[in-house]
Design a protein around this ligand. Structure first.
Ligand SMILES: [Zn+2]
Length: 318
């Protein structure tokens, strides 16, 4: 991998141009920064139907909205600015025809008495979008609270899983996970060390303690952490100490950075399985810290440049 830096340098300029084009496309898709009452923020352009409720404080017809009977785990966010507003765990069926929540995410929602003093309006604390009204003392749930919200004021973000692995040059590890069932995204970066926001040159210098690593975002309905961790232990050599193939150094070590105790349990179980099969596993199992995304030219290296990693061919071990 001696030519890695040379190849990388050539593509920096191209990557910068591509990124600039992407930023323009993103702005066009998602609306411009507008003053929504609390300083400049990114907001989404609204359709006339959305503006009728979100801006003009209208009410959608009962039982007409997308989230009345919606039952997924995740977070309901502001349709206009994306702020997280309600966790799915607070949703309940009030039979009223609008999504109902017995709690809001702390600080996310502002309550204002209507002019007639009878009802209390709720708005997004970040952008002021009209959401609906809040009612108390109705006896639906122990919290005695019903945030009655227009579906059209909301978007939904399902629960996402996250995994962090290090197994040599991140180009190859990233390529091995891209396109796997249930994998929504893979980023190359640095983690496990002590220097904040390190550069590639710093990590290569070997003094940061960081490993070249990938962060995977996955859909828990379509795959599992265990499936991804098994794959990780088969697409690199978990017995090589402080290196992977020809890439030698602590920054190329094999590591599973667990995000919660369940991931730790699974990682330890899989390593124990391999040890029972006679593998002398070198993989470090450590608590995940901050993940620093690597420079843009490192992302999607093999899909952008062709070829593949000789260090990251799948070998059946389980
Ligand atoms: Zn908002």
């Amino acid at each position: 991998m001696r030519s890695k830096e040379a190849r990388a340098a050539k593509t920096v300029e191209a990557a910068a141009i591509a990124l600039a084009a992407l930023a323009v496309a993103f702005a066009a898709l998602h609306g411009n920064a507008v003053d929504a009452g609390k300083g400049k923020m990114k907001t989404r352009a609204l359709t006339p139907e959305e503006a009728h409720v979100i801006v003009d404080k209208g009410t959608e017809r009962p039982f007409s909205g997308a989230y009345v009977n919606h039952r997924e785990d995740g977070t309901y966010i502001c349709k206009r600015c994306g702020a997280p507003l309600f966790a799915s765990g607070s949703k309940f069926d009030a039979g009223c025809g609008w999504p109902s929540f017995d709690d809001a995410i702390t600080g996310a929602v502002v309550e204002t008495k209507d002019a007639d003093g009878e009802r209390t309006e709720i708005t997004c604390a970040r952008c002021g979008a009209h959401l609906g009204h809040v009612f108390r003392g109705e006896g639906f749930t122990p919290k005695e609270t019903r945030h009655c919200v227009n579906s059209i004021s909301l978007s939904f973000e399902p629960v996402r899983g996250r995994a962090m692995f290090a197994g040599g040059c991140f180009w190859g590890v990233e390529a091995a996970f891209e396109g796997q069932a249930g994998v929504l995204g893979v980023r190359s970066g640095y983690t496990g060390g002590s220097v904040a926001s390190p550069s590639y040159e710093q990590v290569c210098g070997g003094a940061t303690g960081h490993a070249e690593a990938v962060e995977i975002v996955f859909d828990p309905a379509k795959t599992t952490y265990e499936r991804l961790a098994r794959l990780f232990l088969e697409i690199h050599d978990p017995t090589q100490v402080d290196g992977q193939g020809v890439d030698i150094g602590e920054q190329y070590r094999s590591a599973i950075f667990y995000i919660d105790p369940e991931q730790k349990r699974i990682a330890e179980k899989l390593v124990a399985e391999l040890e029972e099969k006679g593998y002398d596993v070198a993989t470090e199992i450590a608590q995940a810290g901050p993940f620093y995304e690597a420079e843009a030219y490192h992302q999607d290296w093999y899909s952008n440049h062709g070829g593949g990693s000789s260090c990251h061919q799948r070998v059946k071990r389980f």
